[in-house]
Design a protein around this ligand. Sequence first.
Ligand SMILES: Nc1nc2c(c(=O)[nH]1)N[C@H]1C(S)=C(S)[C@@H](COP(=O)(O)O)O[C@H]1N2
Ligand SMILES: [Mo]
Length: 433
Amino acid sequence: MRTERSLAELFVVDPERAEALAWGRRGALKGASLAALGAALGAAMPFGSRMPGGLLPAALAQPAGDAPVLRMDGKAPLLLLGERPLVAETPETLLDDDVTPADKMFVRNNGGIPERFAADPGTWRFKLDGEVNTPLDLSLGDLEARFEAVTLRLQMECGGNGRSAFVPETRGNQWNNGAISNCEWTGVRLRDMIRAASPKDTARFTGHFGADPHLSGATDRAAISRGMPVAKAMEEHTILATRMNGQPIPQLHGYPLRLIVPGWPGSLSQKWLTRVTLLAEPHRGQGMGGTSYRLPVRPIVPGSQNDGATFADMTSMPVRSVLTNLAHGARLPAGTRRIELRGHAWAGDEEARAVHVSVDFGATWQEVALQPPPNRYSWQRWSGAAELPSDGYFEVWHRATDAQGRMQPHVAANWNPQGYGANAIGRAAILVG
Ligand SMILES: Nc1nc2c(c(=O)[nH]1)N[C@H]1C(S)=C(S)[C@@H](COP(=O)(O)O)O[C@H]1N2
Ligand SMILES: [Mo]
């Protein structure tokens, strides 16, 4: 079969270039993808004639399951991306629940974990200060007694989710699509607290502070300290959470108090929250300015140097989908002619409006069922099925569209030095027979 031959040539002649040409997965070939390629070469590609020129099969381009695994009490076997600070991503097939259980929640730390507070939430204080007439200094009891509690399912996604798709490679954790969670959070609205503090007219931005130590041990440096425009802080879904999935927040995820800023980069959702300050100018904390959580307003040359001075802060995360019932690299029994497909879709501040799937390299797409979110900022369940004409190598492509009509693009777009906002179409390679 012609496609198989050109595939083999592509691999033998120049695998690195082949990868770069294709869908943007870079890096050396790993064991599992070699095995998958071998399988793919041995298999018929029923839709091989529809494969766009220059496209590399996902079996080759995306390593499957060869990352080190997190082994930690209370956590599922997540993919370990870094140990110091601790960073781990959730494989898409572990994201099947509508509400993400604590053990399956991805981990992104920038500093250490403040163990010292785990034993004594009674001494925890939260301060709201800065451009306000009446600063607040509250215990957790005060906070829960004074302000109304709300419970919401909220997506929380790392600004760098999908980063590994950028070509050339960008700085930072090489996330696939698993830096996303959708937990049920209980807490009080930040806006109620801001109102109680009587903000001044000059209060236009926030700055967030947590108790986690800087990795260097320096006490005058924050592991991360980001901020946002007050308009986002005043949204009714921006909350200070004390409970997650009906339980105290796990220590690793911010116990006893954490900010949740749904739809925007996860870095705004400060864990181990001790203070929010209101500011007249954008906050200048760790993770603000330059190329941090900022995107080019006009595209820059991929791989070029840039200080980010003309970039804009990331706000809403872009539309994305995950496939949760079928793993990339799955092998299905010979004779399988119909596959059930399901997952979640979300779109930052927007709702997802549609999800489409394709099993013939994007030549044809079919729309699948998409549920409305149970509340704004929750991800949405999608489900459907696809028919396969025969045994062989297939790719399941899934592509979400947001309420503005924006779709996941074919490749990670708007390259930026720290690799934010990559939301390319999802592709899972499967082998039938
Ligand atoms: N105090 C503190 N808050 C933090 C971080 C951190 O390192 N320290 N990391 C942020 C980033 S970059 C992300 S993506 C999310 C990750 O939350 P999780 O580890 O609970 O999944 O927390 C955010 N809040
Ligand atoms: Mo993040």
